[in-house]
Design a binder for this molecule. Structure first.
Ligand code: C2E
Ligand code: MG
Ligand code: MG
Ligand code: MG
Length: 292
């Protein structure tokens, strides 16, 4: 019986694996030409500066509604796009669209400090990536020091001359760098000194647990101390409640991002949020909206 159960388990497992592969193949197929068919869109989420001395920043997040598969989360399709090489062109589109929108908002008099764009490890390794970023800023007359690239730890652990040159170009031009999902990479922290990083983003998984688990709260506190000791700013992502915010503020966190202030919004709604923020006495928590 045990043998049979084992065999069944194996069958279930292989079915799962098969379904996963099938789904990835479907996504890969659907991604082909998705740019040309204009299936991508950006949504925007504010990062709120807690001492109120600076206007909020904005992170651009990619959305894809595939005609065949329906809405597909970036957590699912970005890894596929990385594997099939499509991320290069998609990533370039994201940078271009984010800078275009940011420049248009500034031209319309909306106040925000910087626009943050997620960049995959594969883009960073591409030849000429830094020059491409600067060229996109120039095209839209967007100041490079108002552009922040969010990188994951995995993008930073592999040191190379090419990567160094890339970061040199960013530093010379004032492009800002943030480490996204900080604390989830289990990497050594050497890269924090080697590369011109200005900001750490505490991963949402820590924020979720910090109120219920003293150990996790110590981790977030340690990240804030570490960031500040290295002259960096520290952001918490995925902040949903006043209680979470209060603890992060006590810990010295510089910026708060999460549903507490706003969900990711389509560009129109983001513009309205910025306008309200500028007219009122700074951004306050908002009722959760439907948009994502
Ligand atoms: P990320 O950069 O760490 O972005 C934060 C994610 O958390 C976003 O998910 C955002 O919608 C979600 N989030 C923000 N606040 C809250 C909150 O209070 N509660 C909860 N439950 N979630 C919150 P999203 O948009 O699905 O993106 C997932 C990941 O996909 C991103 O994580 C990023 O790694 C990647 N991604 C998104 N857009 C791009 C892109 O243009 N290029 C690349 N390379 N990756 C992207
Ligand atoms: Mg991010
Ligand atoms: Mg993040
Ligand atoms: Mg994250």
């Amino acid at each position: 019986a045990a043998k049979e159960a084992g065999r069944n388990t194996y069958q279930y497992y292989s079915q799962d694996v098969l379904a996963g592969i099938q789904r990835r193949l479907q996504i890969e197929h659907a991604l082909h030409g998705a740019l040309e068919r204009e299936e991508f869109q950006l949504v925007y989420q504010p990062l709120v500066n807690v001492d109120g001395t600076r206007p909020p920043a904005i992170e651009a997040l990619l959305r894809w509604v595939c005609p065949e598969l329906g809405p597909c989360s970036p957590a699912e399709f970005i890894p596929v796009a990385e594997k099939c090489g499509e991320i290069t062109r998609i990533g370039e589109w994201v940078l271009n669209e984010a800078c275009r929108q940011a420049a248009a908002w500034h031209a319309a008099g909306l106040m925000f400090e910087r626009i943050a764009v997620n960049v995959s490890a594969m883009q960073l390794r591409e030849r000429g990536f830094a020059e491409q970023v600067i060229a996109i800023c120039e095209r839209h007359r967007w100041p490079p020091h108002r552009l922040e690239l969010e990188l994951t730890e995995s993008a930073l652990i592999r040191d190379s001359d090419a990567l160094r040159q890339c970061f040199d170009t960013f530093e010379r031009n004032g492009v800002l760098l943030a480490v996204d999902d900080f604390g989830t990479g289990f990497s050594n922290l050497h890269y924090l000194n080697r590369f011109p990083v200005q900001r750490l983003k505490i991963d949402r998984s820590f924020v979720q647990r910090m109120l219920h688990d003293a150990g996790t709260a110590e981790v977030t506190q340690a990240i804030v101390h570490l960031g500040h000791a290295l002259g960096m700013q520290v952001v918490a992502e995925g902040v949903e409640t006043r209680q979470e915010e209060a603890m992060l503020l006590r810990q010295g966190c510089d910026e708060i991002q999460g549903y507490l202030y706003s969900r990711p919004l389509p560009s129109r709604d983001m513009a309205q949020w910025l306008r309200r923020c500028d007219e009122g006495d700074g951004p306050g928590p908002q009722a959760p909206t439907q948009a994502d």
